[in-house]
Every structure is written in structure tokens, then in C-alpha cells.
Design a protein. Structure first.
Length: 381
């Protein structure tokens, strides 16, 4: 079984992830993990924090001389900013300064302190913060390296920022994407997205948006129709919704299904000698009956606008119950491009889990043999 946990606070000493279940013998490229971490830190509209941190992973267990051994793997990312926060984030003693008491609408602040019986909102916001997603991106980067071994690759791109959206008429330019600050495939749309972010920043406001994750090279039959918790589309939706501020997920044409008759909603099936089964459309987004169908997996997720506003919303002080303006923790104006990197990582994690559930394998040799055997059988079907 593949599983992982993350630990760590936004201004704590470090973030940690413990991963279990990756086969022995996987070659690990640390630079590639750091590249993914850097991508998460970029993006037009990010706040000052990202300028302080240059995330780098330390692998402190489970990898020896560039290969996994089958042991649990521990990844650690140091928080550089911690040095400036020891007076407020120490393990012992008393915190310096006043507690955070003005709860932010749209954040975990109020529900968190009520549920966990805390008096300082910092006890909640430190872990609710999306800083935690750096650990997930590191795990996802390792999963991407594992998936590459069986021909599966992933990419995520931003399709909408605050209503400035890619349309079907906008050409997808993947060369532009590679250099794009917004992880957008169209230069003109990206320019308008940046303008929208500039305007929001000037107004003390924030923006959300939509990103799309595409998984290429998946074999048919990952996930299963046989039980609710084996359905891969359900696992994908849960993984996407677990990302901070993600409030909706679509697979394939998604909510557009509500506007289409059946005759225009499904992907017709064809068969050709030598080629096997094929489709000429992919409205299902690569998933039917909770299983991959061999087409690209297409998942969209919507991110709500960042809850911390520089022109704060009305709120209540949780000590005095007086009407106040919400607190202004240093914050992003828009983080959809960063969220798309996290989305790509979470998809890589779900795909890794699905692939290992299907093929098992304590070591890469056994795993790859099982994949080959299965692909051969499907080719002949
Ligand atoms: C990459 C990323 C960066 C984020 N940056 C911020 C931020 O700077 N300020 C903020 O208030 N919320 C930020 N958020 C969103 C909050 O973490 C999130 O809204 C909050 O934890 C409450 O959870 P919920 O929106 O899922 O209900 C970010 C989310 C992501 C995915």
C-alpha cells in the first residue's frame, strides 16, 4: 500500500513528508524534486513570503546512493523564515507579542479555534496555511519519477484567473507555457490575467481561478467499478478537494454534461485491426466506471479567491466579540498557478497509488514486469 503524511507549520522549523510503499530500486533525482518545489513558489501575484523561501528538499531516509530501498522515505524542507519567528513559534516558553484574534472569513481561523479550544488563531493558521503544500509537491515530484518508469506523465496549466479565461478559440501554445509565469498556454490571455491580478492588488483584493491537470500515457483499468472507495474518479476528486481553497472539481466535460444530450455527451467506440479499440473524442476525461479507459485523464479544479485581503472584510475579535476588520497576515493576491503545481502533484500521488494497487511490486523489476505483462494482454484483447 502506498501512503504518505505531511507535518509542519508555515513558520515552524521545517515541513516533513513520510512516504511508504514506493518500490525498491527507483532511481531518485533530487534536482527534479527541487525543480517542482521552485515551480510552486513562482507565479504572478504571489506574496512576499515566496521571496524569502527557496525551497530545497533534504532526503533523510529511504534513499541510498540515488535509489529507493523499499524503506519509508522522509523528505524535509527547511523553512528559512523560521529564524525570524522563533519568538512566536518556539516549542517552549511563552509567545512574544499579541495573539491573533481577528478571524479571517474564508479561512480555517474561527472553526479551528472553536474546535481545538485555542485562544490564538496562529495555532490554527500555521497548519491550515498552504505552505504545507510544499511537502505534497515534494512527494508528488517523487511520484512523477516513479510514474515515468511506466510511461505516465503529467502537466497542469491555468485556464482562468478571476474570469479571464481561455476559450476554445485560444490556441494552446505549449512553447509559451514552458516560459510562462502564470503556467498559461496563451500569451495574450496571460497578459490579461496579469492585468486582472494587478487591478485586484491595487484594490486590496484577491482572485481565484481554474487550472487543468492532464495525465498522459495511463494504461486502461486503473481504479475499479466494484466498490465506491475503489473508483479512481472519486479518489481524484478527494485529492483535488484536499488542496487549500479548491472548491470544485470536474472530470472531462464536467458540469457541461448538464447541458448536453446523451448523443453529444459520450465518446463513441471503434475498433481497427492492429490499432485495437479507440475513440475519436475524450469527453469522459479518461475515466469511465471509476476506471481509466486509456485516454488522457483531464481534471479541472476551481480555486476560490485568497481569503486574506489587504482591504480586510468585516469580522469579530474572538477574545472580545467586538466587530473588527479581519487580520492581514502576509499573503498572496492570486495563487492559482501555484495551486496548479500542487494539483499536478496530487494527481501524481493518486496515480501512483492506483498503479501500485493494480501492479504491486516490492521492487521496480517486479513492478515493471507486471506492467509489461498486463499491457501485452490488453494489446491482444
Ligand atoms: C498555493 C496556495 C497558496 C495560498 N496562499 C494563501 C495566502 O497567501 N493567503 C491566504 O489567506 N490563503 C492562501 N491560500 C488559501 C488558504 O490556504 C485556504 O483558503 C485556507 O486554508 C482555508 O481552506 P479552504 O479554502 O480550503 O476552506 C492558498 C492556497 C494555495 C493552494
Amino acid at each position: 500500500m502506498f501512503r504518505f503524511l505531511t507535518t509542519g507549520e508555515s513558520h515552524g522549523q521545517c515541513l516533513t513528508a513520510i512516504i511508504e510503499g514506493l518500490p525498491a530500486g527507483l532511481k531518485v533525482n533530487v534536482d527534479k524534486i527541487n525543480e517542482e518545489l521552485a515551480k510552486r513558489q513562482q507565479g504572478y501575484g504571489r506574496g512576499g513570503r515566496m521571496k524569502i523561501e527557496t525551497d530545497r528538499v533534504d532526503i533523510v531516509s529511504g534513499v541510498r546512493f540515488g535509489e529507493t530501498m523499499g524503506d519509508p522515505i522522509t523528505l524535509r524542507i527547511q523553512n528559512k523564515d523560521w529564524e525570524n519567528w522563533t519568538d512566536r513559534m518556539s516549542v517552549s516558553g511563552m509567545p512574544a507579542g499579541a495573539p491573533v484574534t481577528a478571524a479571517r472569513p474564508g479561512h480555517a481561523d474561527l472553526s479551528g479555534i472553536l474546535k481545538y479550544d485555542r485562544t490564538d488563531i496562529r495555532d490554527i493558521l500555521e497548519r491550515a496555511s498552504a505552505r504545507e503544500t510544499a511537502a505534497r509537491v515534494a512527494v508528488g515530484a517523487l511520484c512523477k519519477q516513479f510514474l515515468e518508469s511506466c510511461g505516465i506523465s503529467l502537466v497542469a496549466h491555468v485556464t482562468n484567473i478571476g474570469g479571464v479565461a481561455m476559450t476554445d478559440a485560444d490556441i494552446q501554445d505549449w512553447d509559451h507555457y514552458r516560459a510562462s509565469e502564470m503556467r498559461c498556454t496563451n500569451e495574450a490571455v496571460e497578459a490579461r490575467m496579469k492585468q486582472a491580478i494587478d487591478e485586484a492588488k491595487q484594490a486590496g483584493d484577491t482572485l481565484g481561478g481554474v487550472f487543468e491537470v492532464i495525465v498522459r500515457g495511463s494504461m486502461v483499468g486503473l481504479g475499479s467499478h466494484t466498490q465506491w472507495d475503489r473508483k479512481l474518479d472519486a479518489k481524484i476528486a478527494a485529492a483535488m478537494m484536499s488542496i487549500q481553497a479548491i472548491k470544485g472539481v470536474e472530470i472531462g466535460v464536467g458540469f457541461e454534461y448538464g447541458n448536453l444530450p446523451g448523443s453529444q455527451a459520450h465518446d463513441e467506440l471503434f475498433y481497427e485491426e492492429g490499432r485495437g479499440y479507440y475513440r475519436t473524442s475524450n469527453r469522459a476525461g479518461g475515466l469511465e466506471g471509476g476506471m481509466t479507459n486509456g485516454e488522457d485523464i483531464i481534471v479541472k479544479a476551481v480555486m476560490k479567491p485568497i481569503p486574506t485581503l489587504m482591504q480586510p472584510l468585516s469580522s469579530v475579535d474572538v477574545h472580545t466579540h467586538e466587530a473588527v476588520k479581519a487580520c492581514r497576515e502576509r499573503s498572496d493576491v492570486c495563487a492559482v498557478s501555484a495551486a496548479s503545481v500542487v494539483g499536478e502533484a496530487m494527481m501524481a500521488i493518486v496515480m501512483t497509488e492506483a498503479v501500485l494497487e493494480k501492479f504491486g511490486g516490492d521492487c521496480m523489476v517486479d513492478f515493471l514486469a507486471a506492467v509489461r505483462h498486463y499491457k501485452d494482454r490488453i494489446k491482444q484483447a
